[in-house]
Design a protein around this ligand. Structure first.
Ligand code: IPM
Ligand code: MN
Length: 360
């Protein structure tokens, strides 16, 4: 297979971890005779510094023209505490999601058997956890009308959802549940929010088309509690944009590090793959960032194109790295390896999965 892949490595540790994901994909290309052509473009604070725009037109065009986007991270502390900044790096990512129509953000959360003691949560609680979060990504409060009064003393953000926006991601989540353990939990705040009541109504109606899938509902506050009390109860979680943002960061605690969580953002025509972590500016250039989330995002890219054996090989390489403690300081405090060494190990494993004497 030949794939053109836009690489938007972005800010902070983005370029370091994305380089390891590319290395893994190149190893896959070599092992399975695929051609991956990587085309880089600017996004985020790096793009603002060079062009004044967090998503330059040519970056967007490249993403539209390629088969998939591999995204690193965005964000720079110089914008975080400046409410009056005219442009922000995050606008680049949000515009990209909107323009590419990436309405479904899939975030898998797993408790790896070898990492059960790395989580601050007890092993008995997290054991067996395997969740797929379906977060709506192009609607809700992120994209609703914003208002700031002239005197700057009153501000609002509108949370709005249409039936069509709910339906399209709900179908994807139900289909995913059918392929997994046939359970879907809608997380909302239907006791308070009108938009959540619409989610419930629409999702209940769609459920008739998926009779095998058991549907239940949780208010988001309770879901946040259940996520750390009893996470293995969940199979597929479906939720709106902001609730999904929050509970997926919370869920990352289960795996032991947010540096392990990958994501896929898909729409009807485009797809993008990115780690869920941010740009981790304090770690930039130190070689301490965990590349696994970026590498697993590359695996999700392969899965998206039905290259399942290839995706599984990346997953096995990651599991081997975790098992042998070939990991960065976020999960390995005793004998940590650098971002690059972890990436090298994973690429070597992909090229020689049977070689048990991997050099690292
Ligand atoms: C994420 C991030 C983004 C979001 C930010 C960077 C805009 O936190 O992908 O989860 O809130 O969606
Ligand atoms: Mn987030």
């Amino acid at each position: 297979m030949k794939l053109d892949i836009a690489v938007l490595s972005g800010d902070g540790i983005g370029p370091e971890v994305t380089a390891q994901a590319i290395k893994a994909l190149e190893a896959i290309g070599h092992a399975f005779d695929h051609t991956f052509i990587f085309k880089e473009a600017l996004v985020g604070a790096t793009a603002i510094d060079k062009t004044g725009d967090p998503l330059p037109e040519e970056t967007l065009q490249l993403c539209v023209d390629t088969d998939a986007v591999l995204f690193g991270a965005i964000g720079d502390p110089k914008y975080d505490n400046d409410p009056s900044a005219p442009v922000r790096p995050e606008q680049g990512l949000l515009k990209l999601r909107k323009e590419l129509g990436l309405y479904a953000n899939i975030r898998p959360v797993k408790a790896y058997p070898t990492q059960l003691d790395k989580s601050p949560l007890k092993r008995e609680i997290i054991e067996g956890t395997d969740i797929s979060i379906y977060r709506e990504l192009t609607g809700g409060i992120y994209f609703g009308k914003k208002h700031l009064s002239e005197d700057g003393e009153l501000a609002s953000d509108l949370c709005e959802y249409s039936r069509a926006e709910i339906e399209r991601i709900a179908h994807q989540a139900f289909k995913a549940a059918e392929k997994r353990r046939n359970k879907l939990t809608l997380v909302d705040k239907a006791n308070v929010l009108e938009s959540s009541r619409l989610w419930r109504k629409v999702v209940k109606e769609i459920a008739y088309e998926y009779p095998e899938v058991a549907l239940d509902f949780l208010f988001v506050d309770n879901a946040a509690m259940q996520m750390i009390l009893n996470p293995s109860q969940f199979d597929v979680i479906l939720t709106e944009n902001m609730f999904g943002d929050i509970i997926s960061d919370e869920a990352s605690v289960i795996g032991g590090s947010i540096g392990l969580l990958a994501s896929a953002s898909v729409g009807d025509t485009c797809c993008m793959f990115e780690p869920i972590h941010g740009s981790y500016p304090q770690a930039t250039g130190k070689g301490i960032a965990n590349p696994i989330a970026a590498i697993l995002s590359a695996s999700m890219l392969l899965e998206h194109f039905d290259l399942l054996e290839e995706a599984n090989l990346i997953n096995s390489a990651v599991e081997k790295a975790l098992e042998l403690n070939v990991t960065t300081p976020d999960i390995n405090t005793i004998n940590p390896l650098t971002t690059e060494k972890v990436g090298d190990f994973i690429a070597d494993y992909i090229l020689n999965p049977k070689d048990t004497n991997l050099n690292f």
